[in-house]
Design a protein around this ligand. Structure first.
Ligand code: ADP
Ligand code: ASP
Ligand code: MG
Length: 591
């Protein structure tokens, strides 16, 4: 018999009428011949209220007790939902995370799922019951209650769909699908028919709160098609599947992380091991950092900047200040008034003219870019928070995301997951469900680096640089703009060797025009990429890379991260050596 997982978010179970409506929907699915597992979130803003209550008691409540507290929200919902289903004449049984055997690690408030046992759920389903599972929670080895991180019920739902080999995983929420950007921020945003796992992963981790990003990791890893749709209507929503809506499209969506913070460590010794020392301190607190950039200093010193979500700033600063002292750095500064605007698209990797279009749009809107990082499928710009809305709108318009896609789209409906080609491989992966999986470690040593130093703090410089570089026919790969106190930003990019001369001509001309300090370059750099699933949420990936490169005496010049890949740029002569050491370092987690 087909099996459907239906997840109902907070607004979809906010009051008794909504709970009854969700119960009716599940019963309809059962009557249509399906076994049904419901995953429910806490009612309305219950979780926020519990967080608030804890904060009234303590500034720094123990994480274990936060989990004990927050898990109660979902427990209320499952009980009421089971009562609703029974009241409507069908059979139901509610389960907490522990009762369905969702085993996690012990990282309270951000626990990862290790395994899920299916016997109890299967038995109840076979008895004709609708199974109602509490989202967002699990239990560790010592029977402590854990939670998966805010928004984690999506992850419970997709994980259950994966282990039960469900035919459909439906996410019922207060929007009728995934939009090109948050429709609450930009009403002109367009609902997508379909979005690829990789794009959704990136969008979710860059601020598209409609899905918990780790749920998409599950979807991708276990081939679960995810259908995001409204709990208030019957219209089909958005399918999250392997293919994107318009294959080859440069930009499919935009996202904003409004509450971001920048941290800069000044005058760090520019030698192997520095990044390792700094970032391993932060990773040990399970904080994900983004937008790591450094100014390559002429005096053997470098400034390293990165961003974290604003509510992790204090925790981050504690770790960073300790590392800065140990490393003899110049000092630590921060700015918690910044936002990150990003565009995402699978086609970006093979097209020119994407970065300059985004930077031009920001310049036209009068928005200054504080930092830039890119990866194969995204470009992020850090801007001041007061400009965040204007920045998002400017880039959304620049890529005409509000317009229907040019290529006709074949509508997709919920479809069964593709049969796994290697059943044993899937079973093996189910052992450590959220473990890191590495697909590949590669080297590209056909590139050169160009850096414009001392770039002034005014809108439009990056736009012009990349417009002119693109007009000269250069295919730019990585772009990084560091944070520069007092107009000392560096703007670096990598491009193929053969384009170095052309790139330098453009860079030198524009450096003069804008009154920059100068231009430096490296004829040959090596870009090393580690790709897989969970690359950013597993904070240890970058750390492993830093550790192995530091041990081999190799200095990291540039870094960029995405959900599916971490890239580092090192000196070209060290490429092969770096490749060998990274391959060895990730041997144990190869998929
Ligand atoms: P639930 O409680 O159902 O899990 P959430 O509040 O977590 O719902 O997620 C739904 C919200 O996500 C929407 O109301 C919308 O404002 C927000 N959102 C952010 N980015 C997007 C996007 N790209 N598409 C759709 N919704 C988005
Ligand atoms: N109730 C939890 C939260 O608000 C989990 C969820 O809704 O997904 O974060
Ligand atoms: Mg949610």
């Amino acid at each position: 018999m087909p099996l459907i997982v239906q997840k109902f978010g907070g607004t979809s179970v906010a009051d008794s009428q909504k709970i009854l409506a969700a119960a009716r929907r599940a019963i309809r699915a059962q009557q249509a011949g399906n076994q049904v597992v419901m995953v429910v979130s806490a009612m309305g803003h219950n979780t926020d209220m519990l967080v608030d209550l804890a904060q009234q008691i303590s500034d720094d409540p123990p994480a274990r007790e936060m989990d004990m507290l927050l898990s109660t929200g979902e427990q209320v919902s499952v009980a009421l939902m089971a009562m609703a289903v029974e009241a409507l004449g069908a059979k139901a049984i509610s389960f907490t995370g522990a009762q369905i055997g969702i085993k996690t690690d012990s990282t309270h408030t951000k626990a990862r799922i290790r395994s899920i046992s299916t016997e109890r759920m299967r038995k109840a389903l076979d008895e004709g019951r609708i199974v109602i599972a509490a989202g967002f929670q699990g239990i560790d080895e010592d029977y402590n209650i854990t939670t998966l991180g805010r928004g984690g019920s999506d992850t419970t739902a997709v994980a259950l769909a994966a282990v039960l080999n469900a035919d459909a995983c439906e996410i019922y929420t207060d929007v009728d699908g995934v939009y090109t950007t948050d429709p609450r921020l930009l009403p002109e945003a367009r609902r997508m028919t379909r979005v690829s796992y990789d794009e959704m992963l990136e969008l979710a981790s860059l601020g598209a709160g409609v899905m918990h990003s780790r749920s998409i990791e599950f979807g991708k890893k276990f081939d679960v098609p995810i259908h995001v749709r409204s709990s208030f209507t019957d219209i089909p929503g958005t399918m999250i599947v392997a293919e994107s809506e318009v294959p080859g499209q440069a930009v499919g969506g935009a996202a904003l992380t409004k509450d971001e913070a920048r941290v800069t460590v000044a005058s760090l010794p520019d030698r192997p091991g520095t990044s390792l020392a700094l970032f391993s301190k932060i990773a040990s607190k399970n904080i994900s950092v983004d937008m790591i950039v450094q100014n390559v200093g002429a005096d053997g010193k470098a400034d390293i900047s990165f961003t974290v979500v604003r509510n992790e700033l204090q925790n981050t600063l504690r770790a960073v200040e300790e590392a800065a002292r140990e490393l003899g750095a110049g000092g630590v500064s921060h700015d918690d008034n910044v936002s990150k605007v990003s565009v995402v698209g699978l086609g970006m990797a093979t097209q020119t003219g994407v970065a300059d279009r985004m930077f031009r749009a920001l310049a036209k809107a009068g928005v200054n870019i504080v930092m830039i990082t890119t990866s194969e499928i995204k470009i992020s710009a850090l801007v001041s928070r007061e400009h965040s809305q204007a920045a998002l709108r400017a880039v959304h318009q620049a890529f005409e995301l509000e317009k229907p896609p040019v290529q006709p789209v074949v509508a997709t409906t919920s479809q069964p997951p593709a049969a796994p080609s290697d059943v044993m491989a899937v079973v093996r992966r189910l052992q450590g469900m959220e473990d890191l999986t590495i697909d590949d470690v590669t080297l590209d040593d056909h590139q050169a680096r160009v850096t414009i130093t001392g770039v002034p703090d005014t809108p439009g410089v990056a736009a012009q640089v990349f417009e002119e570089v693109a007009a000269a026919g250069v295919f730019v790969d990585m772009i990084v703009q560091s944070y520069g106190a007092g107009g000392k930003a560096d703007l670096s990019f990598t491009a193929p060797h053969k384009s170095l001369k052309t790139s330098l001509e453009v860079a030198e001309r524009l450096a003069k025009q804008f009154g920059c300090r100068g231009v430096t370059y490296a004829t040959k750099v090596a870009k090393l990429s580690v790709s897989g699933i969970g690359m950013r949420s597993h904070t240890e990936v970058a750390i492993r890379m830093f550790r192995c490169l530091a041990t081999a005496g190799i200095n990291v010049e540039m870094i960029n991260t995405s959900e599916v890949r971490v890239n580092v740029v090192v000196d070209g002569a060290a490429g092969e050596k770096a490749l060998a050491c990274l391959q060895a370092a990730f041997q144990d987690v190869r998929g």
